[in-house]
Design a protein around this ligand. Structure first.
Ligand code: SF4
Ligand code: SF4
Length: 358
């Protein structure tokens, strides 16, 4: 890999601004001299999307990223989350703005993510308010938070009481592969948390309580067939640990944040981007999650997806903050695209709900 001298001295995490500035330079081919991936918009134009523009269908998912505070520091984390990110945490006032929008508009699903969203002091109150509004609530729970401290141990009961759908990362059914990506001891703690969730009914065949697992590759390769992986995970987790779950979502590692660091440091950035480009699947474009999702940051700004949020690429609609939320304008906007979008359209495609095409 060759890096332009003028950007060699830039390192990520100087500040949020330098961070996104550097990542966008890399993605746009300005920092890595021999990266030759055509613009994503150009590729989808050739695939039949007029003008290389992607527009939403209808906003059905209101995804709230409540902050970057997390009990873990996973190697692939696209949020760059960790125990030190205490400042970036959604305030009650911003949650109130979210609820105001959810009251006004028929957006059926609230998808809560972080960080470890349960560490936000207003998390439980927000879940209760969303349920009172009749919304379907999903929580992206890293599992280990449940067993990290006594105060979180009743989360499975709380989730069950409010009918929350739980979505949790588990990179592999082997301790070694999970711990290599998420940290020592994470696998064991995840299994303990899954048992607690199973005990209150999550994943059980006769239960409405859903626990879905998220698999992402532990290296620079694309996920395998989602159905085959689900069968394999179900068989292994049941046999070895007596764990049951509903669906497995296979997602692609996005070339941003910590995974981008890894690609650059290991000299695999161009190869990985070429892998994504070679696997570009026009059929996956129509199903990418930004078409039916709006993503909200801890400080109330609006984005097309959680990845654009991490790159500070705000929506192209005039209202870019919860205070100026205009559903009609948002549903007519052009989605902000960049080179990381190849991660959503490689192979069977990738989204917060797993594959998007067959
Ligand atoms: S648990 Fe999730 S949010 Fe926390 S560091 Fe890991 S990937 Fe990031
Ligand atoms: S990265 Fe975001 S904006 Fe790009 S295709 Fe994926 S979901 Fe859409």
């Amino acid at each position: 890999m060759s890096v332009h001298p003028r950007t060699q001295t830039l390192t990520r995490r100087h500040s949020p601004l330098a961070d996104t500035f550097f990542q966008l330079k890399v993605l746009n081919g300005e920092a890595v001299a021999d990266a030759k991936v055509p613009p994503f918009a150009e590729t989808i134009r050739h695939a039949g999307f007029e003008g290389g523009i992607l527009r939403p269908t209808r906003i059905e998912i209101f995804q709230v990223n409540v902050g970057k505070l997390c009990n873990q520091t996973c190697a692939h984390c696209h949020v760059d989350a960790g125990p030190d990110r205490k400042r970036e945490n959604m305030s009650k006032e911003t949650f109130e703005l979210c609820l105001d929008i959810l009251r006004r508009y028929d957006i059926p699903t609230v998808d809560i993510t972080g960080g470890a969203p349960e560490m936000n002091p207003h998390f439980r109150w927000f879940v209760e308010q969303c349920r009172q509004l009749g919304k379907h609530v999903m929580d992206r729970c890293n599992l280990t938070i449940i067993v990290s401290h006594e105060r979180y141990r009743d989360l499975p009961h709380f989730f069950a009481q409010h009918g929350v759908e739980v979505v949790s990362s588990l990179p592999h059914y082997s301790a070694r592969r999970t711990d290599s990506q998420r940290g020592d001891g994470v696998f064991e703690a995840s299994i303990e948390a899954l048992r607690l969730l199973n005990d209150v009914g999550y994943g059980q065949p006769d239960s409405n309580l859903k626990i879905n697992l998220v698999y992402n590759p532990t290296g620079t390769f694309l996920p395998g067939n989602q159905e085959a992986l689900e069968r394999e995970f179900k068989a292994q987790l049941q046999r070895k640990y007596g764990i049951v779950f509903n669906r497995l979502y296979a997602i692609t590692n996005m070339p941003i944040s910590r995974f981008l660091d890894y690609l650059l440091e290991s000299g695999q950035y161009e190869t990985y981007m070429q892998t994504l480009l070679d696997a570009f699947n026009p059929a996956a474009v129509a199903g990418v999650m930004c078409r039916n999702t709006i993503s909200v940051s801890w400080d109330g700004y609006l984005y097309d997806c959680d990845f654009n949020q991490m790159l500070d690429l705000k929506v192209s609609a005039p209202g870019k903050h919860l205070q100026d939320f205009d559903l009609e304008a948002l549903e007519q906007r052009a989605i902000v695209l960049n080179q990381h979008c190849y991660g959503c359209t490689a192979g069977a495609g990738s989204s917060c709900g797993g594959q998007v095409a067959v």
